[in-house]
Design a binder for this molecule. Structure first.
Ligand code: ADP
Ligand code: G6P
Length: 482
């Protein structure tokens, strides 16, 4: 890496903010926004810092050369077909993803997946070492790259290294199942600051450093095996509130919202769900609750319709294929039982959309359902709230989403309790306008003060100016399911 391209601020994430789309027969690449909350959150941050983003460009085989996009330098890392299967689909998304989400699906462990995880983490660390200027800040993201902090520190001890986990960090009894648990902990401890979505997650991590490595965490600081202080704390992530509001306020979006509402037959109540098609999101439970409410007559078509956007995700992994089959069967069943000619009860959309189209959907949603069984944060819930410029609408929100700690005025629910889910859905549908406004105003105010810039500032301040350990009673670390 020549000095002219070395960057003083580097983000390392499994994915770049854009995916390369190669169409057979056409020359040249086209690029599409990558899925998921990590990209939504980090894109405006990195753009403002004009830094370098290291990540995979999607697909398999050689990576494109580094290039510039929206003022950011993008440095693509290649994954070959085996790595895609073993590092990405295997250890990242069939071991860590389910394990860290309360094992809502059974995590699988295979030794060759681990080898690939190590190998790809080493590649990301080497790329970061090559891209970072002397004394740069390097911010490593998420569960796919937990070994990078320690690997990078060995290569470049001059750097300040941060790590942020976008998903939950599990309670100790689940983490203990991981065959390579010590390597993961030591990998994370290579950072100067390890950030989590919730205080409970940070506590789980600190407690594990004591249980597994015999370290002595004090308050938010633990001294790593090499004697460095490592800060572990919660920094709940958020959205670019002003930009979401601006999109929702545009004429294009307002017109599209009118069109969409008319296309849906102008029902009294539109219930919306927007999720990656992932088994953590509670889509099946939500559909089941809706079906039972149609069945017992508490809700009826065409007065009420549901729109479920299920963004394609990790489509080769068996748990995801099985989920798709179940969800599509359930949608078919509901429409068969309760739809009318030209008026389905559930509009099911298995596609990616522009931010404008999603904003138009948020604008027409009288009730937004965000009911994950477990979720690190959930930015869709925050985007919905920020889009409700008239302060009306009702958000039904799972207690098990990190967002529940921030959006306290939502209609909160335990999605595992089907009866509760049904009654909260009905309460949200029937909620009077003044109640909706009271709740929504408070949540919108919160999101204006706690946007993604606030999140980044909090983390980066800690990374730039670490504090030393303060007096602390280590027995006070509570174990929490995050
Ligand atoms: P996760 O990170 O698990 O996917 P989040 O709710 O935190 O969940 O973030 C999802 C992000 O992806 C949001 O910014 C949302 O707007 C975006 N998104 C979700 N579905 C779609 C879709 N079908 N097309 C485009 N963007 C989507
Ligand atoms: C979540 C994860 C991200 C991931 C995104 C999309 O938001 O926290 O790390 O990028 O889902 O998943 P994918 O596997 O498509 O990158």
């Amino acid at each position: 890496m020549s000095d002219s391209t070395a960057s003083s601020f580097v983000v390392v994430a499994n994915r770049l903010p854009v995916d390369r789309i190669t169409t057979p027969g056409s020359d040249g690449d086209t690029w599409r926004r990558s899925p998921g909350g990590l990209v939504t959150a980090l894109h405006p941050v990195l753009q403002a810092e004009a830094g370098t983003w290291i990540g995979w460009a999607g697909g398999e085989g050689p990576a494109p050369s580094p290039f510039t996009l929206d003022g950011m330098r993008l440095s693509p890392v290649p994954l070959d077909a085996d790595e895609l299967r073993n590092y990405y689909e295997g250890f990242s998304n069939a071991t860590l993803w389910p394990l860290y989400h309360d094992a809502v699906e059974q995590p699988a462990f295979h030794r060759h997946w681990w080898k690939s995880y190590e190998q790809v983490n080493a590649r990301f660390a080497e790329r970061a070492a090559a891209e970072a200027a002397p004394n740069a800040l390097v911010w490593v993201q998420d569960y796919q790259l937990q070994l990078v902090p320690a690997m990078l520190r060995r290569l470049r001890p001059d750097l300040r290294i941060g790590f942020f986990l976008h998903i939950p960090f599990p309670p100790t009894e689940l983490f203990m199942q991981l065959p390579r648990r010590l390597d993961i902990l030591r990998g994370l401890l290579g950072a100067d600051v390890v950030g989590f979505q919730s205080p409970g997650a940070a506590q789980n991590f600190l407690r594990l450093t004591r249980q597994l490595l015999g370290l002595k965490p004090r308050a938010h600081i633990v001294e790593a095996e090499d004697g460095r202080p490592v800060r572990a704390e919660s920094y709940p992530i958020s959205i670019d509130t002003a930009s979401v509001e601006q999109i929702a306020a545009s004429d294009v979006v307002a017109n599209r919202a009118k069109e969409l509402r008319a296309e849906l037959g102008d029902p009294k109540t539109i219930i919306l769900g927007v999720d990656r098609l992932d088994y953590t999101k509670g889509i099946e439970q939500r559909l089941k609750a809706f079906r039972e409410l149609l069945s017992n007559g508490e809700l009826s078509v065409p007065d009420t319709v549901m729109v479920q956007v299920a963004t394609p995700s990790r489509e080769r992994i068996e748990h995801y294929r099985a989920l798709r089959r179940t969800v599509e069967r359930e949608v078919g069943r509901i429409n068969g039982d309760f739809g009318r000619v030209g008026i389905p009860a559930v509009h099911y959309l298995h596609q990616s959309y522009s931010r404008e189209e999603l904003a138009a959907l948020y604008l027409i949603a009288d009730v937004m359902t965000v009911t994950p069984l477990r979720d690190g944060m959930n930015l869709v819930a925050k985007e919905y709230v920020a889009s409700r410029l008239n302060n009306d609408g009702a958000l039904v929100l799972s207690e098990f989403a990190g967002a529940a700690a921030d959006l306290k005025q939502a209609f909160q629910v335990n999605p595992h309790d089907l009866d509760a889910l049904k009654s909260v859905l009905v309460a949200a549908v029937r909620s009077p306008l003044d109640e909706q406004r009271r709740r929504m105003r408070a949540m919108r105010r919160y999101l204006r003060g706690h946007d993604v810039k606030h999140w980044a500032r909090g983390f980066l301040t800690a990374l730039g100016a670490p504090e030393t350990a303060t007096a602390y009673d280590s027995d006070n670390i509570r174990e929490t399911s995050t």
